[in-house]
Structure formats: C-alpha cells, structure tokens
Design a protein around this ligand. Structure first.
Ligand SMILES: [Zn+2]
Length: 87
C-alpha cells in the first residue's frame, strides 16, 4: 500500500513513476501524486454525521430487543380471551 495516490484515477489501477526532477507522478494521467493522510477533515465530518443518523436507530433496536425479552406469558392468555370475546 503506497502512501501516495492520484485523485483522478481509479485506486485499483494506480501506478506511479518518478519524473526527471524527482516528483512522483501518476503513471496514467501524469499528474503529481498527493500524499495520503490517515483521516482528513472530510472523513471525520462524514463519520460524525453518519453516527448522528445511526445512533437513534441503534438505540431503537436495542430497546426493542430489550422489550421482546421482557414479554410475559400472561399476555398471551389476555389476547386469547379477547379473541374469544370478539368472536
Ligand atoms: Zn492519475
């Protein structure tokens, strides 16, 4: 995994070569390569936004599973009575 990448070409087919003045350039389009950072600000912002949208969903699933485990068998007898009364 190289630490440089070309923003214009697909990351699968990237190969780089050194120009005569020592600058790394993309082998496909010839533009200078950009140094890769571990996490840029755009990725951090995207991660925070995704967490803000996903956290209510995760909490909802958590509480639904918690409620499913707390259902008592007495509820079924009540519904059976309701079914026989409405018939
Ligand atoms: Zn390129």
């Amino acid at each position: 995994m190289s630490r440089f990448y070309c923003p214009f070409c697909s990351s699968r087919y990237q190969f780089y070569k050194t120009r005569h003045d020592g600058v790394l350039i993309c082998g496909q389009c010839g533009d200078p390569m950009i140094k890769k950072t571990l996490m840029n600000s755009r990725q951090i912002f995207g991660l925070v936004a995704a967490l803000a949208f996903l956290s209510p969903l995760i909490l909802m699933i958590f509480f639904v599973i918690k409620d499913l485990n707390q259902i008592k068998p007495t509820n079924t007898s009540v519904s059976l009575v309701l079914m026989t009364v409405t018939k």
